[in-house]
Design a protein around this ligand. Structure first.
Ligand code: ZN
Ligand code: ZN
Length: 146
């Protein structure tokens, strides 16, 4: 199975500019639930594993990259989550859905909760373009099947 290609697309954090390669299947599941079109392209709420900041982050358009599995970080070492966070408007019933990539998460949810304590929000928004309630409140989460 080692020579199977893994389809990935890069997401660019709007805070630090760092890019994270994510399996296309994970991005598709995220986009189906919540995403926006902007002049720059498709954007999702993303929790950057590099700077722990939540932003609306650009999903790079264009052709998918096919990386040999040996060159791609072992997906077994990453947990991918969709996390619901309430927005700042308490009358709004549309939470923001944030995609989070968490390293070395062997027990689903355990490391996520730890990592989320260090999150700060810069530009993640609910579908009505409200920022998030502060301090951040982690709501329901879903570990995405790969
Ligand atoms: Zn970042
Ligand atoms: Zn809202």
């Amino acid at each position: 199975m080692d020579d199977l290609a893994v389809f990935v697309r890069n997401v660019q954090c709007s805070n630090c500019g760092g890019q994270t390669a994510l399996p296309d299947t994970i991005l598709e599941q995220t986009i189906q639930r919540q995403s926006v079109w902007t002049e720059a392209g498709r954007q999702v709420n993303f929790a950057c594993p590099g700077c722990n900041t939540l932003t609306r982050s650009l999903v790079f358009p264009g052709a998918l990259l096919a990386l040999p599995k040996g060159l791609y970080r072992d997906p077994d070492d990453l947990g991918f989550y969709l996390v619901s966070l309430p927005c700042e408007n308490k009358d709004c019933e549309s939470p923001a859905i944030v995609l989070a990539a968490v390293k070395y998460d062997k027990e689903p949810g355990i490391v996520l909760v730890e990592v989320a304590r260090h999150w700060r929000n810069r530009s993640a928004q609910c579908p009505k373009e409200h920022l998030l309630k502060e301090p951040l409140e982690m709501g329901n989460w879903l570990r995405l099947p790969k």
